[in-house]
Design a protein around this ligand. Structure first.
Ligand code: FES
Ligand code: FES
Length: 247
């Protein structure tokens, strides 16, 4: 690296400056030969150290690679799921979601994959009567439960009352969200029947037997997104199904 004239004059000026009070004088610094010796010693030591580390690195990397591949290697599990009243035996990767088990292994494609992140509700199914996002549920966890999908709601040719209400009130456009909306509405009616409360129940002060108003329906169905925005008709369908269930 070249040293410019301005650098030299600057260093000269610095060395000519008086030391401020309390500062160590320049002769307190180590002799040049000591400094060279220390630097050499340091560089030598560092070289030995890095050579040692470098020779160990491939082994550490290989061990880490083996650890990662063991941790991520597919592990399969044999399980039996009770879906729509039928026992279904499966051997699947332990990480398989209920949604993928339904769609990819059992061809129950009525349940839809929207976001695959628990945000849209398209994958809603009933597990022991409770609505769950099947994209967030491991299939292995659902073993021993009663799983109901959209395919299991009708009795033969007789539609479930919520399905019939969606048809009657035109509660869909493209229909992609509809299986999830219907499963969600089925659970909603049961939740309301047993007196479960929502945020709206607290806001309106109806904390004993809340009326299933349109606001209640909107709040309780808010986990199910409809990209076609068929919301007014969905609310009408749920309202009609609730009235039908009461009459
Ligand atoms: S696909 Fe499960 S919540 Fe969207
Ligand atoms: S009907 Fe199309 S997303 Fe809901």
């Amino acid at each position: 690296m070249s040293t410019s004239l301005s650098d030299l004059s600057a260093s000269e000026e610095l060395s000519n400056r008086e030391q401020p009070e309390g500062h160590a004088p320049c002769d307190a610094l180590p002799e040049a030969s000591d400094a060279v010796f220390s630097r050499r010693t340091f560089v030598k030591g560092a070289g030995i150290l890095s050579a040692g580390v470098a020779s160990g690195l491939p082994r550490i990397a290989a061990a880490e690679k083996a650890r990662v591949s063991a941790a991520t290697a597919p592990q399969t599990i044999a399980l039996t799921l009770k879906i729509n009243g039928k026992q279904q035996a499966l051997t699947i990767d332990t990480r398989t979601t209920l949604l993928d088990a339904l769609r990819e292994y059992l061809s129950l494609t009525g349940t839809k994959k929207g976001c695959d992140h628990g945000q849209c509700g398209a994958c809603t199914v009933l597990v022991d009567g409770r609505r769950v996002n099947s994209c967030l549920t491991l299939a292995a966890v659902a073993q021993g439960s009663e799983i109901t999908t959209i395919e299991g709601l009708a009795h033969g040719d007789e539609l479930h009352p919520v399905q019939a209400a969606f048809l009657e009130h035109d509660g869909f456009q493209c229909g992609y969200c509809t299986p999830g909306q219907i499963c969600s509405a089925v659970a909603l009616l049961e939740e309301h029947r047993r007196g479960d409360l929502s945020q709206v129940s607290f806001q309106t002060g109806q904390t004993t037997t809340p009326q299933l108003t349109d606001n209640e329906i909107r709040e309780r169905m808010s986990g199910n997104i409809c990209r076609c925005a068929a919301y007014p008709n969905i609310v009408a369908a749920v309202r009609a199904a609730a009235q039908g269930a009461r009459s």
